[in-house]
Design a binder for this molecule. Structure first.
Ligand code: DGL
Length: 271
């Protein structure tokens, strides 16, 4: 059981920020990543569609015999985590709770900002989770839909990034928060530019928080892989493996091989 892989899925390439942190913290683990590149973005879709796609991604990884599932996509975590937990009998970690908990440990003035895709912000998953953990916290949220395409274009710094950051974050900056959750897989890549604009505000990268949670859960369930040999990293995408490789290598800073293209429409949802 300990040798079995951890499954990670995202709507596309962005979840590699989560894979990268898991790999850094748990280098002995075997990892299988699925990016639903044929149907990205999830962030503009209806809850029904996000749930359907998420079930198909989870089903595909479950059939590969994974010991734990990480929902790296914030949009999918916001909307479908409960449905996934009801349907699969393995531990499932989403990105919302780890990010919310980290923000609560960091904030001094109990004023937290959250940024994410339109679907994540509309779901209110972050404010609801934060308030379920501590009720007297002020939370301000903002969807930043242009951040995903600029990151995928490799625009991480410079005038264009600065202008878009200012457009989206001005109101949040003026609201008096001291902590901002980067509630989308792509946003950690804009960290440097966001930090330049947000100055003294603490940025919470949920990818790091998730990796810590994965480790904790593996230890608790006696599932930690203690082998000393190099782990395997296998990648599946639903479209355009070449583009995934090109953009993915910007995210990871190491070469991606072992990519296969698969079709999820054929995955039967039996549960
Ligand atoms: N992975 C998505 C998220 O973290 C961003 C890209 C998308 O909209 O699918 O919300």
């Amino acid at each position: 059981m300990k040798d079995k892989p951890i499954g990670i899925f995202d709507s596309g390439v962005g979840g590699l920020t989560v894979l990268k942190e898991i790999y850094k913290l748990l280098p002995n683990e075997n990892l299988i990543y699925l990016g639903d590149t044929a149907r990205v973005p999830y962030g503009i879709r209806s809850p029904e569609t996000v749930i359907k796609y998420s079930l198909q991604c989870a089903e595909f990884l479950y059939k590969k015999g994974i010991k734990l599932l990480v929902v790296a996509c914030n949009t999918s975590s916001s909307i479908s985590i409960e449905t996934l937990r009801k349907n699969f009998d393995i531990p499932i970690i989403g990105v919302i709770e780890p990010g919310a908990k980290t923000a609560l440990t960091i904030t001094k003035n109990n004023k937290i900002g959250v940024i994410g895709t339109e679907a994540t912000i509309k779901s209110k998953a972050y404010p609801l989770t934060i308030k379920s953990l501590k009720d007297d916290v002020f939370v301000i949220s903002k969807a930043c839909p242009l951040f995903v395409p600029i990151v995928e274009e490799g625009i991480l710094e410079g005038a264009i990034a600065d202008l878009i950051i200012e457009k989206y974050l001005m109101e949040i900056k003026e609201s008096g928060i001291d902590t901002l959750i980067l509630g989308c897989t792509h946003y950690p890549l804009l960290k440097k530019s966001i930090k330049k604009y947000m100055k003294d505000i603490n940025l919470v990268d949920s990818a790091e928080a998730v990796a810590q949670d994965v480790k904790r859960l593996l230890i608790e369930n006696n599932l930690l892989n203690t082998r000393k040999t190099e782990n395997t990293k296998i990648f599946y995408v639903t479209d355009a493996p070449d583009r995934f490789k090109k953009i993915g290598e910007i995210f990871l800073n190491f070469e991606i091989d072992n990519i296969s293209k698969i079709s999820l429409e054929l995955e039967e949802i039996t549960k």
